[in-house]
Design a protein around this ligand. Structure first.
Ligand code: AMP
Length: 361
């Protein structure tokens, strides 16, 4: 018998999305192309997803009535960011299935729990230790060495909530930077390149991974992703195997982003994101089926599409003022995606462009 959590949705059904940012916007567009309606749950009005979704529940994540009505209005619910309060999920899950599942979300909400999980399934991470007090940090430094990075266990994104330690003298400042939040100390990885893999698992356990992309970060924020990343055949195979390992271990349904460091000791997992991912935006121009459609197919109980890459692509984020230079950077082989954000702020992702640089061979 089919698990009711994994029922096959018919076109016309309503898909709920927690969060109304650009990922929610692009998920809504993908769902709409497949004939679904979308309903977003997001406290802010005039948010990127509200411009394209059918319905918008405008409420905070602690409003029981709003969450209950949202869940009743949808046949399946997904999310576009991982820091959703678990109390909201408790209410929703009583009424409507959530994909990806609670365990995947909880695992990735806490860097320490996530690293424990990755280690348990046999994958390599940076050496790490939990830190709550100055004494913990001293012990962790002894164990891990320098340089290292102290990161908050929760709520960090785009390099926020992180402090670099070049010597033990930086310990006091790093603790101040954490502002009392539980943290994890990570050994600094001397990587040759950062890559990520976007993988999707369907309700019946089929897995499809997009080609790995090479990522360039600036000030902790993703600047660009380029495919193909220059990897050996065995490295490419490894990226697929380890992503499948993670997806299966979490009994995952939907699309996930896996960020990796390439090192002489092999691939080291930096972090996982239980959702569509900024470094997967290139798939919109490089594949017949992009990461957003794969995710909607998976959570709707549909078979996955063919995610093989037909073109070489460079995706560049338009961050802050970049968006105002659009007229200059728009070329005929460049697809433009703007998120409709009301105001430009430094560091804010305003859109991205996908430039086709060649045909895949
Ligand atoms: P994160 O928010 O953990 O993805 O970190 C943001 C960026 O900081 C990463 O994309 C890397 O460029 C860098 N970074 C994070 N952790 C490490 C590490 N353990 N070793 C070296 N670089 C790191």
């Amino acid at each position: 018998m089919t698990d009711p959590k994994n029922k096959v949705l018919k076109p016309g059904a309503t898909i709920g999305i927690l969060g109304g940012g650009q990922l929610g916007r692009m998920l809504s567009v993908a769902a709409s192309r497949l004939g679904f309606k979308t309903c977003i749950f997001e406290p802010q009005s005039d948010c990127p997803a509200s411009h394209v979704a059918n319905y918008h529940f405008k409420s905070d994540y602690f409003n029981t009535d709003a969450l209950t009505n949202f869940a009743k209005a949808c046949e399946v619910i997904t999310f576009e960011f991982e820091n959703i309060p678990t109390t909201a999920l408790d209410i929703i899950e009583e009424i409507t299935p959530i994909h990806p599942n609670r365990n995947a979300l909880a695992t990735s909400q806490d860097r320490f729990t996530e690293k424990n999980f990755l280690t348990r399934i046999g994958l390599q991470t940076a050496p790490y230790a939990a830190v709550e007090t100055c004494e913990d940090l001293e012990k962790a430094i002894d164990q891990i060495g320098m340089p290292a990075i102290l990161k908050t266990r929760r709520m960090g994104y785009d390099g926020k909530g992180q402090s670099r330690l070049m010597s033990p003298d930086d310990a006091a400042q790093a603790m101040t930077d954490m502002a009392g939040a539980p943290a994890v100390l990570e050994g600094f990885i001397d990587f040759s390149v950062e890559i990520s893999v976007i993988g999707t698992r369907s309700a019946d356990g089929a897995i499809s991974c997009f080609d790995p992309g090479k990522n360039v970060h600036q000030n902790g924020i993703l600047r660009s992703t380029t495919v193909p990343a220059k990897l050996s055949r065995s490295q490419r195979t490894d990226t697929v195997l380890l992503t499948a390992n993670i997806l299966n271990a979490l009994d995952y349904v939907g699309t996930m982003g896996v960020e990796l460091f390439v090192t002489p000791m092999g691939l080291i997992v930096n972090e996982i994101a239980p959702r569509v991912h900024n470094s997967g935006h290139w798939t919109q121009a490089g594949c017949a089926i992009d990461q957003f459609e794969q995710h909607i197919r998976a959570i709707a109980g549909w078979p996955l599409g063919d995610g093989s890459r037909h073109s070489n692509v460079t995706m560049e984020n338009l961050i802050g003022d970049d968006v105002n230079r659009l007229m200059y950077i728009a070329k005929t082989n460049t697809a433009i995606h703007l998120y409709g954000k009301a105001s430009v702020k430094p560091g804010r992702k305003m859109g991205h462009i996908n430039t086709i640089t060649g045909t895949s061979v």
